[in-house]
Design a binder for this molecule. Structure first.
Ligand code: ADP
Length: 410
């Protein structure tokens, strides 16, 4: 072999060796890059080492922002899931793309099954079609669902080609609104009647030249109407105070003298038309607000007098019970049909409006009783037989009952 051939052979061998090394490093690179997790860069020779280091840094930075992005998406989804509002993401053609848990319940959607379906297939009420048609999405729309819920809906454009449909269950809100409307209507009605009578008398007195005796007669007729309005306003104020007052104080309420006073008041109201008995067994006092307990007991006793025909009997009792103590008022009065009993404590609920009014009722007495008692963790139970009489029982828990001699700390 000549010298030239030898040099050439060595050069070819060196080139082949260099090529093999390059191919090996390239294979190493491919293996490393194709791993989804990010192990440390393998050892590499020469310029390959720099390439691996550079790529390593790049991949680390990339993986970091990837993870941050993934975390952000998961958190946003979780936040959207936790919202008390239903959120449905719709495309430009109002087709479902995604929805959260609340929307699933509100609109009976299944995000997997219903994806790509038009939202109009799920909200089928004609009002919704009209809402889409009108295109005034600044307004909220209220809809009744087949399940009897009331939903509030609003469409919000959040991108050029995407919509959010927000839904909220406002069944409770609507119930409260209806109660408030009924209450205002009831109060207005209750006040309007005596007010109309009063203004009628006033006009007559003003327009006609009446002698002094006639004027006095008219004033006598006007007084009960004014009294009725005063009682109504007083009861409304009592109710409102009970609703908003802080919890009652833990003060001792001496029950015996309280009941003796209430019985004396009942005798005045009855004016000898009933036999009224008071039975006190044991010596329990109560802990709470005396004015509230007195108001609850007095309302029950005055109802017994007002709904018991002349000659009837009323028994007021206070005694220890297995749970604590029980106050009861039993009458031999007109009684109450069973269907009315669950509603008696509703404001302005009366079985017989005429009788209630004629005996000076406002329709708020038992609502006051219920509130005052619940503030003392006491319960009201009613048993009644129409035509025979009723018994109203108030049960206090042991925690509210004090031995009559025991002193309340503080
Ligand atoms: P009212 O001012 O009309 O008496 P309440 O809230 O005290 O209002 O009572 C509600 C209704 O419950 C009464 O209108 C009456 O129909 C019925 N009621 C209450 N107590 C008795 C009773 N002891 N006997 C028969 N009915 C009663």
């Amino acid at each position: 072999m000549s010298t030239l051939e030898l040099v050439l052979a060595v050069a070819v061998a060196a080139l082949a060796w260099a090529l093999v090394r390059q191919l090996r490093e390239r294979a190493k690179l491919r293996r490393w890059v194709s791993q989804s997790r990010l192990p440390d860069a393998p050892e590499a020779e020469g310029a390959w080492g720099d390439v691996f280091n550079l790529l390593q840094r790049h991949r680390r930075a990339n993986l970091g922002s990837h993870r941050r992005l993934a975390r952000l998406i998961v958190r946003s989804r979780r936040a959207a899931q936790a919202l008390p509002y239903g959120v449905s993401v719709l495309d430009a053609k109002m087709r479902l793309d995604w929805c959260n848990r609340a929307a699933r319940e509100h609109l009976a959607l299944d995000p997997e099954r219903d994806r790509g379906e038009s939202i109009a297939n799920f909200v089928r009420q004609p009002e919704f079609a009209a809402y889409l048609e009108a295109g005034d999405f600044a307004q909220l729309l209220r809809l009744r669902t087949a399940g009897g819920q009331t939903l509030s809906l609003q469409l919000v454009a959040y991108d050029e080609d995407a919509w959010l449909l927000l839904t909220q269950d406002v069944t409770g809100v609507e119930r409260v609104e209806a109660m408030r409307r009924d209450f205002v209507a009831n109060v207005s009605h209750e006040l309007r009647t005596p007010l109309t009578v009063l203004s009628g008398f006033l006009e007559t007195i003003q327009d006609l030249k009446l002698d002094a005796q006639r004027v006095r007669d008219y004033v006598t007729l006007m007084r009960p109407q004014a009294e009725r309005m005063r009682r109504l306003i007083e009861d409304l104020l009592t109710l409102s105070t009970l609703e908003h007052a802080p919890p009652p104080p833990e003060a001792r309420v001496a029950v015996r003298p309280l009941l003796e006073r209430i019985r004396a008041e009942a005798e005045v109201l009855s004016a000898g038309r009933h036999r009224i008995a008071l039975e006190i067994a044991g010596a329990q006092d109560l802990s709470g607000a005396e004015s509230e307990i007195a108001s609850a007991f007095a309302n029950l006793v005055s109802n017994a007098v007002r709904y018991t025909p002349d000659g009837g009997a009323i028994r007021i009792a206070w005694r220890a019970s297995p749970e604590g103590a029980e106050f009861s008022v039993e009458d031999s009065g007109i009684g109450i049909e069973p269907e009315h009993i669950p509603r008696l404590t509703e404001r302005f609920y009366r079985v017989d409006r005429g009788r209630s009014r004629d005996t000076g009722g406002t329709g708020l007495g038992l609502a006051i009783v219920k509130h005052a008692l619940s503030r003392h963790e006491a319960t009201l139970a009613v048993e009644s037989t129409p035509g025979k009489g009723s018994i109203f029982r108030v049960r206090f828990p042991a925690a509210r009952v004090l031995a009559a001699t025991q002193m309340v700390p503080g």
